[in-house]
Ligand binder design. Structure first.
Ligand SMILES: C[S@@+](CC[C@H](N)C(=O)[O-])C[C@H]1O[C@@H](n2cnc3c(N)ncnc32)[C@H](O)[C@@H]1O
Length: 230
């Protein structure tokens, strides 16, 4: 499992990761350009550059396409792990009138645990709530919940979701997302996560949580994974 190699994981968020991601995304954007709606590809490119997205072009496309597919199902949408709002904007582009709940500390990652193998540091990916609010100001029905998840969700009245996106990098945060959202997903609802194939803590949280559930974890050819609620 070369992706679990600690030296590779240490690139998380660093200059080498950005350089590699940029090169990889450039190739992916060329591939998407020949096959997908050029207007959507242009929006993805814009978001990628404006907000320094940490998702590759294929990963961005999957967030957009999954949210778009789910907008005809009942339930709200949510994202945990907003950072500068790149993937949140993709969901905004796809969601229509649906409510979107956005959760982030906006002060960066919480402390990691042993399961995360010391890849990240606390405070990494600090961002600005005001900047993300301004970036998404043109979209209706977007709700911000700053603070540490799941405590930040305590007053959120929503009890059914059709699409949720997790991009939280850590074992404990990923487990908290699954524990909170799984019972609230409508049948056919999609939980999509970044970094399942890259970060050991994220993968461990999914594998442990779904070990006794009827749903399977669908690993994607990107770093992502997806679960469809039965
Ligand atoms: C890699 S960044 C997200 C990248 C973003 N999705 C994008 O499109 O660029 C990870 C984010 O998860 C947030 N995060 C991780 N654990 C969290 C928790 N328990 N509560 C709130 N935010 C959390 C961090 O603050 C950070 O902004």
């Amino acid at each position: 499992m070369w992706m679990k190699n600690k030296r590779f994981q240490r690139l998380g968020g660093g200059i080498l990761e950005r350089f590699g991601l940029r090169l990889w995304s450039r190739l992916q954007f060329s591939a998407l350009g020949g096959r997908k709606d050029p207007e959507i590809v242009a929006v993805l490119r814009q978001i990628y550059h404006e907000r320094r997205s940490l998702l590759s072009a294929f990963e961005q496309y999957l967030v957009y396409a999954a949210a778009r597919a789910q907008r005809k199902r009942p339930g709200a949408m949510a994202e945990v792990g907003v950072y500068r709002g790149a993937s949140a904007r993709l969901i905004c582009e796809a969601k229509g009138q649906k409510p979107l709940h956005l959760f982030d500390t906006f002060t960066g990652l919480p402390e990691s645990t042993a399961e995360d193998r010391a890849i990240h540091r606390a405070g990494q990916y600090e961002s600005s709530l005001e900047s993300v609010q301004a970036y998404l100001a043109g979209y209706q029905n977007v709700h911000f919940h700053p603070g540490r998840f799941p405590e930040s969700a305590a007053a959120v009245p929503e009890d059914s979701y059709c699409f949720v996106h997790f991009d939280v990098d850590l074992y404990a945060s990923t487990l908290a997302c699954l524990q909170y959202f799984y019972p609230k997903m409508v049948p056919g609802g999609i939980m999509l996560s970044h970094d399942y194939g890259l970060l050991a803590g994220v993968q461990q949280a999914f594998d442990e949580f779904f070990a006794d559930k009827p749903e399977g974890v669908i690993e994607q050819p990107t770093t992502q994974c997806m679960v469809v609620k039965l």
